[in-house]
Write a protein that binds this ligand. Structure first.
Ligand code: BGP
Length: 478
């Protein structure tokens, strides 16, 4: 659908940017912080690019004032960050660490003082290691209570100050990579365990949303879901079926549960026949239904193009975490689908498809299937940047990427989709979980490399100045 003219962005549109605790904070054991599963996992040789860890990250813990100052100067309207559970309750279920709360008190106050709306993510993948050891983390039902207690502390403390809350960040990613591909903690490859942990995580997600409503917290809450719409490689009916499978198993399987409290029929039946469907206990369904989100948080990076995959076809293939174009392997689930190359789009150096129209399609699909407002909680381009001698960074490729994605959002708005805001990934450069520091996403360059922390100095990229203008003109000038 082509529009002659696009509608304007709403007046209160949240022009934002995002980060996550583990990827920016550093200070991994300071002020009473406990160990998280990521602090532990990265110690295993070969798990991360060049063995990088979040020990120092980009030192946001000590430099948050400088970072917020940069945001303020840019005119940023919203900043999405996550709270590290291990700073608040170091062992996950014991004493509350006042020092840890103070850091977020300060960050939130600093943001508000500069008219930047805080968007607080409760969980961005860093469950306390103590809970992993105690009952298997997301595999133990006790996590539902422990996560709710932790969330409640934050709800009460920041009620009235924080108006936008994200429950779980990309449950589909941390569960799949953690329990199916062993690429994230706890490093398991077992689909049955994956589905069970996922079910419990969905219950925990619903439980905190339910608690949020019971406490009458002033604001909105929803999960952030990693959704990239699926395309079939062509109109062959079997390839169309593969695309349908991918949507069902990788998107509806989560979003249907968030919104309607029920698993999609086809995926559920499939897992039942394999004898690996999660165990649903009495009361689970009620809880899932009671935890309906106020909005769908959308993390959009790329679309997936798939083809049919026979029962003896390909399984998980290696991801490209080196930044050497063309090194990712074909990947799929036998009997359901496999990834193929879309001939119509460009790819990044990490082999991610660049597809702004895919964002509009994602928003429209979410709108038609779930009828919820959308908050885009992540979108961005991971690329190599060059710091010039005069301290400038000419990231025209990033400007081009974000510009086209903003246009796609405006198209979706013109189509009638309700969009609350747009957070780019990421504000400053930061640690990519598996790709080190060379895969940069920020408006603000941070001078450090994998094996050399340097001075962690901040530099404004060209995209910083460009986005400032976008915000100033409320998206009129792109
Ligand atoms: C999302 C995560 C982010 C971030 C981003 C970029 O899945 O929520 O934390 O890392 O992806 O991914 P990557 O760092 O792998 O390039």
């Amino acid at each position: 659908m082509y529009h002659k003219e696009r509608d304007s962005f709403p007046k209160d549109f949240l022009w934002g940017s995002a980060s996550a605790a583990y990827q920016v904070e550093g200070a991994a054991s300071e002020d009473g912080k406990g160990e998280s599963v990521w602090d532990r996992f990265v110690q295993i040789p070969g798990k991360t690019f060049k063995g990088t860890t979040g020990e120092v990250a980009v030192d946001h813990y000590h430099r948050y004032k400088e970072d917020v100052q940069l945001m303020a100067e840019q005119g940023l309207k919203a900043y999405r960050f996550s709270v590290a559970w291990t700073r608040i309750i170091p062992d996950g279920d014991g004493e509350v660490n006042e020092k840890g709360l103070e850091f977020y008190d300060n960050l939130i106050d600093e943001l508000i003082e500069h008219n930047i709306e805080p968007v607080l993510t409760l969980y961005h993948w860093d469950i306390p290691q103590a809970l992993q050891d105690k009952y298997g983390g997301w595999e133990g039902r006790q996590v539902i209570q422990d996560f709710t207690r932790y969330a409640e502390i934050l709800f009460k403390r920041y009620n009235g100050k924080v108006k936008y809350w994200v429950s779980l960040n990309e449950q589909n990613i941390f569960i799949t990579l953690g329990y199916s591909m062993a690429a994230h903690p706890p490093g398991v490859t077992d689909t049955k365990r994956m589905l069970q942990a996922n079910h419990i995580a969905s219950l925990a997600n619903a439980a905190v949303i339910k608690r949020f409503k019971e406490l009458d917290i002033r604001g909105k809450i929803g999960p952030s879901f990693a959704y990239g719409p699926t395309y079939a490689i062509d109109s062959h009916p079997e390839n169309q079926m593969a695309a349908q499978n991918n949507e069902e198993f990788n998107a509806h399987y989560w979003m249907d549960v968030y919104v309607n409290g029920r698993y999609p029929t086809v995926a559920w039946k499939h897992y039942e026949r394999l004898g690996i469907a999660p165990e649903v206990e009495p009361g689970d369904e009620e809880l899932l239904k009671a935890g309906k989100p106020d909005f769908m948080g959308l993390n959009y990076y790329q679309t997936n193009t798939v083809a049919a995959n026979p029962l003896d076809g390909v399984g998980f293939g290696k991801m490209n975490t080196s930044g050497k174009k063309g090194t990712s392997e074909e990947s799929g689930t036998p009997g359901l689908y496999k990834s193929t190359q879309n001939p119509y789009v460009e790819r990044t150096d990490w082999d991610w498809d660049i597809d702004p129209t895919g964002l509009r399609i994602a928003m429209r699909r979410i709108n038609s299937r779930y009828n919820l407002p959308i908050l885009i909680t992540e979108n961005g381009l991971g690329a190599y940047d060059t710091l010039e001698e005069d301290g400038t960074i000419h990231d025209t490729y990033r400007i081009d990427f974000i510009k086209k994605h903003i246009e796609a959002i405006q198209d979706a708005i013109t189509d009638g989709v309700d969009v609350m805001g747009y957070c780019t990934w990421s504000y400053t450069d930061l640690l990519s979980w598996l790709n080190g520091y060379q895969k940069r996403y920020g408006f603000v360059y941070v001078d450090r490399e994998e094996l050399d922390e340097k001075e962690l100095k901040r530099y404004k990229k060209d995209s910083y100045h460009w986005y400032k203008k976008v915000i100033e003109t409320n998206g009129e000038e792109l």
